[in-house]
Ligand binder design. Structure first.
Ligand SMILES: NC(=O)C1=CN([C@@H]2O[C@H](COP(=O)(O)OP(=O)(O)OC[C@H]3O[C@@H](n4cnc5c(N)ncnc54)[C@H](OP(=O)(O)O)[C@@H]3O)[C@@H](O)[C@H]2O)C=CC1
Ligand SMILES: CC(=O)N[C@@H](CCC(=O)OP(=O)(O)O)C(=O)O
Length: 348
């Protein structure tokens, strides 16, 4: 079987280099084109010593790179780039996985409100499939364009989906998700808030009044229950880790429901969701570098028998971005879902 030709737009960023790390071990894919405006012409080995001897490629200016020769192109770029450049590739038959948020929200006015720019790719949006692999596996298998889900939305939605699907959450009660992200979630570009002296030895909430992932998570909840979607509350925090994300989600379930068993049953055929025994508390370091979302659920009888606390962890750069993107590519291309994604977490 010949290998898929892969292009990565934005290959100098954190999700771009994570794609390069994962695809280096992929049995059915070969990276052919990598782009960067700032590093065009530079050899990858001179920019990423971790990839010395792994790839023999130079960064190309995205304006001049012939991405149409690729089978699959990943956009690991800021919002707005894929919206501008993906439609021409789609017309030429290239499959696209967009790691940015450009095609994640089906409602254009909502997207424009949260991303602060006009949306200009309506035709492509119609064919975009939302890329939480475990939610839309069958549709992703048929898709030419996948809108890879956001990092917080993946971590928060995965434990909720089985409960929403089984309609076991109480009407009228809020779902509250308290989330923490490592600093690499903010990307590699220079910004004061991600300097060591600002983000190190510090912990803070942000986006408290509303974060752009709020409408994305609400869109997923609304697939099952529009009223519960309106009741969803989400507060992200920046924590002084490099990689990692932790979501603690508080739900009110109906009488005599065991969310743990429902979640475990739902994901029994999903290789990248691990449901731990009741009483466990998942740790971010248990998924560092691995394409895994690890979930645990505990009842909280001190409050009421109906309150359960769902904990989910993932590496924001892997299951929250590049790993899920490769998982989606595998599904789109008819490959085994696990191809190239067998990395075990790095401990300590
Ligand atoms: N970091 C994370 O944990 C996650 C990130 N994402 C999303 O993935 C995308 C990439 O994120 P991340 O890797 O962190 O970002 P980075 O800032 O680390 O990297 C961005 C990359 O895009 C390139 N780029 C920037 N502007 C343009 C442009 N106008 N045209 C073409 N290329 C451009 C940059 O290189 P150059 O400027 O040299 O061209 C760089 O290679 C973002 O949309 C982000 O929101 C999604 C989930 C998690
Ligand atoms: C720590 C941090 O800043 N995290 C980013 C989210 C990560 C990300 O890149 O968002 P997408 O998944 O939507 O692309 C943020 O809060 O905006």
């Amino acid at each position: 079987m010949s290998k898929l030709n892969i292009g990565i737009v934005g290959a100098t960023g954190y999700t771009g280099v994570e794609l390069l790390r994962l695809l280096a071990q992929h049995p059915h894919a070969q990276v052919q084109i990598i782009t960067s405006r700032g590093e065009a012409g530079v050899h990858i080995a001179d920019y990423f010593p971790s990839l010395r001897g792994v790839y023999d490629l130079r960064f190309q200016d995205p304006e001049h790179a012939d991405l149409s020769q690729c089978d699959v192109v990943f956009f690991a770029t800021p919002h707005g780039v894929a919206m501008r450049d993906a439609p021409a590739l789609l017309e030429k038959g290239v499959k696209v996985v967009d790691l940015s948020a450009d095609f994640r929200l089906q409602d254009v006015p909502t997207w424009e409100k949260w991303y602060g720019m006009p949306f200009t790719a309506q035709a492509a949006l119609k064919q975009a499939v939302y890329g939480i692999s475990e939610l839309n596996r069958a549709q992703i298998q048929q898709a030419q364009l996948v809108a890879n889900a956001g990092c917080y939305p993946t971590c928060v939605s995965l434990p909720l989906i089985p409960l929403l699907k089984n309609k076991v959450l109480q009407d009228g009660m809020p779902i509250i998700s308290d989330c923490k992200s490592g600093v690499s979630g903010a990307g590699r570009k220079a910004a004061v808030g991600t300097l060591l002296c600002e983000a190190g030895d510090n912990f803070k909430a942000y986006g408290v009044a509303g974060h752009r992932h709020l409408p994305e998570i609400r869109q997923t909840i609304a697939l099952f229950d529009e009223k519960l979607a309106e009741k969803f509350i989400f507060v992200p925090h920046l924590t002084p880790m490099i990689r990692g994300m932790h979501a603690t989600t508080y739900v009110h379930v109906q009488d005599n429901i065991n969310p743990h068993d429902l979640i475990a049953d739902f994901y029994s055929g999903s290789p990248f969701v691990d449901v731990m025994p009741i009483g466990s508390t998942p740790e971010t370091r248990s998924v560092r570098g691995a394409n895994i979302c690890r979930i645990a659920a505990q009842r909280a009888p001190e409050y009421t028998d109906n309150v359960w606390i769902l904990m989910s962890v993932q590496d924001n750069l892997v299951k929250g971005a590049a790993g899920q993107a490769v998982q989606n590519m595998n599904l789109m291309c008819g490959l085994p879902e696990t191809a190239g994604l067998s990395q075990v977490a790095l401990l300590p």
